[in-house]
Write a protein that binds this ligand. Structure first.
Ligand code: ADP
Length: 284
């Protein structure tokens, strides 16, 4: 499900220009990351993609839905089914007593048929890496990683093509973070989801996204393949945009020792490359 921003601007109260003339196409079946300093317009973009607010100018189109359409043809319930949003604080979206009810909720409201709901709830629990024992547990008494996975499951039950996640790794310990990253990767590769992640966590982004969009002061200042974007360290520094640690380390090794290890996909690969480095010209 492609997401298209065409000449999109958004102004709060006719005063603050939160977004200015955004032109973007986020292609299907990829993971896209949106980053930028506080106040750069990330939340506003998220609200526009969530159909909650309409652009002041331009068009936001998600698959067959024109979210800027004012003619009343926009079917919000159907849209909710195709586009799932996972909020920054999962507990704020929970309101049922058990994980099972929480996940089944959207399905009951929108489809109103009960027969296969339980089976589907168990299926999506499995997809997010939780077993049936979670069905009767309170969603409020889980750890941060589990809460996040229940929130994702409650969105996945509708089988959306597009998943939008707001700061998914915030408050997670390293282990939960790794599990979540693995889950997001599998949602793309195994279940063909298109995923958009709004975050400050550039280390996580570097490991899992295909493309990155960098916002600053309401504008897209650079976008594209993650390596192309992140290797531009001086440009990112100048624009208060964090650079992933792995790129910083690779850059230091190059500056200090003249060793070019290339752009490796994750820290483990970097550690291996350093450990296996033989020195000098390796082609000899
Ligand atoms: P980010 O998510 O990157 O921190 P936002 O989209 O929240 O950025 O904000 C973009 C700009 O819009 C900022 O200048 C912010 O102060 C302003 N803004 C955000 N929400 C509102 C609002 N409800 N009313 C007025 N201005 C707002």
């Amino acid at each position: 499900m492609d997401v298209i921003f065409r000449n999109v601007s958004f102004t709060y109260d006719n005063k603050t220009n939160a977004l200015e003339n955004i032109n973007l196409t986020l292609d299907s079946n990829l993971i896209h990351g949106i980053i930028g300093p506080i106040g750069s317009g990330k939340s506003t973009m998220l609200e526009l993609m969530n159909g909650v607010v309409k652009p002041s100018n331009g068009k936001v189109i998600i698959g067959k839905y024109d979210l800027s359409n004012e003619n009343g043809k926009f079917n919000f319930n159907k849209f909710r089914y195709d586009v799932g949003l996972v909020y920054q604080f999962p507990e704020k979206q929970f309101f049922c007593n058990t994980v099972g009810e929480e996940i089944a909720f959207a399905e009951k409201i929108f489809k109103q048929k009960n027969q296969d709901i339980k089976r589907r709830v168990i299926d999506v629990l499995k997809v997010v890496g939780l077993d049936e024992s979670y069905l009767s547990r309170s969603p409020f008494n889980l750890n941060g990683g589990e809460k996040r996975r229940v929130a994702i499951a409650s969105v996945l039950i509708s089988n959306p093509e597009l998943l939008i996640l707001d700061e998914p790794t915030i408050g997670l310990d390293n282990k939960s973070k790794k599990r979540l990253m693995k889950l997001l990767r599998s949602l793309k590769t195994k279940y063909n989801k298109t995923i958009i992640i709004v975050t400050h966590d550039v280390d996580m982004l570097y490991e899992i996204v295909d493309n990155v969009i960098v916002l600053n002061k309401g504008k897209v200042i650079t976008e594209g393949n993650k390596i192309e974007v992140f290797k531009n360290v001086e440009f990112l520094n100048k624009n208060n945009t964090p650079v992933p640690n792995i790129i910083k380390i690779e850059r230091k090794i190059y500056d200090k020792y003249g060793i070019d290890l290339g752009y490796l996909p994750d820290m483990n690969s970097l550690v291996r490359a350093i450990a296996n480095y033989k020195g000098g010209d390796q082609s000899e």
